[in-house]
Design a protein around this ligand. Structure first.
Ligand SMILES: [Zn+2]
Length: 266
């Protein structure tokens, strides 16, 4: 029952994430006007704006112009719903309320960044820079003010968080230099640098290494599959942000897991 509530709240935040993913790269206000169909511009009634359900009821088409609604809408809503259940089970039920909030905001930020990076190949500063600050400050504040010491085994501390941000940024900087010198190609961009700094700030320096490890494996497998199936070529640009985001979320969810800790994080 509580899981259902977590799912509904998560899906509503997913709906909000969709608005940001669409409007931010187009320099449109997040709050005004209300939701509208991007194709016929008619405003959407509340009953056509219910996460996941409305998409199914409308069979993926706008009520008025019948043009198809991007699959991104229900996918992001479903994803945020499921991730919120997993975060709830891991942190909230263990009475780590502050940690839950900390990683919920992190996850929401990563989903928005991934959506925008996937569609525009850009990672917006207005999302990623506050996320870096929040990760470092949140780690320090949660530890000192909001949480009892005993409830601390899974999170980072101020120094762990700061070193995570620096190491995350440093790795991308090295890859960027190597890309320029060896492959004469832009391997990664400044957006990836800021994103890995944000990930490091939330999961610490060990966690950022694990996130890169997961992200690289996943990115390589999916890229090879796309090239093999002729959907992409070797020269196409692949946004790395979504893979890093999945790596980071996996790191958060697996942290403290016994099998996982044998290999990665003690
Ligand atoms: Zn329409």
């Amino acid at each position: 029952m509580k899981e259902l509530l977590a799912f509904i709240i998560g899906a509503c935040f997913g709906s909000f994430a969709n608005v940001v993913i669409y409007r931010l790269p187009r320099n449109k206000s997040i709050v005004k006007p209300g939701s509208f169909c991007p194709k016929c511009r008619r405003s959407i009634n509340w009953y056509d704006n219910i996460p996941i359900i409305s998409y199914l009821v409308l069979k993926g088409r706008c009520r008025y112009c019948k043009k198809s609604i991007s699959l991104r809408y229900p996918v992001v809503e479903l994803l945020m719903g499921v991730l919120t259940i997993l975060l709830y089970q891991k942190f909230w039920t263990a009475e780590l309320y502050c940690t839950f909030l900390f990683y919920f905001i992190f996850t929401l930020g990563l989903v928005i960044i991934s959506g925008i990076d996937y569609e525009t190949f850009l990672i917006p500063d207005v999302i990623v820079l506050p996320l870096i600050a929040l990760g470092i400050l949140g780690a320090a504040m949660c530890k000192n003010f909001f949480m009892p010491q005993k409830a601390w085994p899974v999170l980072t501390s101020f120094s762990y968080s700061l070193s995570g941000a620096l190491i995350g940024a440093l790795i991308v900087l090295l890859l960027m230099i190597m890309g320029k010198v060896i492959w004469k190609k832009e391997a990664m961009g400044g957006g990836d640098l800021k994103l890995l700094a944000a990930i490091g700030a939330f999961v610490g320096w060990k966690g950022v290494l694990v996130s890169i490890f997961f992200g690289s494996i996943l990115g390589t497998i999916i890229s090879l599959a796309l090239i093999y199936s002729k959907k992409k070529t070797w020269d196409d640009y692949v946004p790395f942000g979504p893979y890093l985001a999945i790596g980071a979320i996996l790191t958060v969810l697996l942290k403290g897991n016994y099998l996982f800790s044998l290999y990665f994080i003690p």
